[in-house]
Design a protein around this ligand. Structure first.
Ligand code: DX5
Ligand code: ZN
Length: 229
């Protein structure tokens, strides 16, 4: 079931050159990005450590595009206010209760701060984890890899879940829900995800790993939008 929305391209700055972060962000903005995907990793939920509020604040100064934060961290509640203050526009927390203990309260807090709220759901997690909070979400990130690293292979077995989620949103009178796919998205895999109902495409290595970011973004968007209905 296709989304009724236009496709949004969200380059992940996890794959950018951190030594030139502002330039890298501006380059994808010029190249046609719709959002900037910021992977926050805390060294507990996943082994890596990446961006904190100070770097989000630096990213905020570099662009006027919306900053889409993916909090891969234990206890995201502890930093939601700081990330909001730093200039995040959209904040997504993991759905799994061992990381986000109070999912309902956390999403409520994000919305109280005037930000778009979202949940990210791991490949091994069932949709049941988010059904009771779907009404508080503006976006759902259906992880198409296990979180932790860029450059991993897309997991096609996540697609039936994505289809069920799109159907669930429609049945709940939420056709406006944005559904993101995150991990291994490329010219080859983007059409598969869009056909299943995704409309926000995160792309790290398939954008920042290419010499021309604008061309890479356009190629993925074109592949995703020219699939047969
Ligand atoms: C994985 C992150 C992804 C990652 C995607 O833990 O959540 O956002 O940056 O990278 P690619 O597009 O290279 O798979
Ligand atoms: Zn991510």
């Amino acid at each position: 079931m296709r989304s009724p929305h236009a496709i949004l391209m969200a380059p992940s700055i996890l794959a950018a050159d951190f030594g030139y972060l502002a330039d890298e962000i501006q380059a994808v903005e010029r190249g046609g990005a719709d959002l900037i995907h910021v992977d926050v990793m805390d060294g507990q939920f996943v082994p890596n450590i990446t961006f904190g509020p100070a770097l989000v604040e630096a990213a905020r100064r570099a662009t006027t595009l919306p900053l889409n934060l993916h909090l891969m961290m234990v206890n995201p509640e502890s930093l939601i206010d700081a990330f909001a203050k730093a200039g995040a526009d959209q904040i997504m927390v993991q759905a799994e209760s061992s990381f986000t203990v109070h999912l309902h309260r956390t999403l409520g807090r994000i919305r109280d701060l005037g930000k778009s709220a979202g949940v990210a759901i791991n490949p091994g997690s069932p949709l049941a984890l988010i059904e009771e909070v779907l009404h508080m979400c503006d976006i759902v990130n259906v992880m198409t890899v296990n979180p932790g690293f860029g450059g991993q292979a897309f997991l096609p077995e996540t697609m039936p879940k994505l289809r069920r989620l799109r159907a669930l949103c429609d049945a709940a009178g939420r056709p406006e829900m944005r559904i993101m796919v995150d991990g291994g998205i490329s010219v080859e895999t983007a059409p598969i995800a869009v056909e299943a109902g995704a409309d926000v495409l995160v792309a790290g290595s398939s954008v920042f790993g290419k010499p021309d970011y604008g061309q890479a973004i356009a190629a993925i968007r074109t592949a995703a939008t020219t699939i047969e209905a």
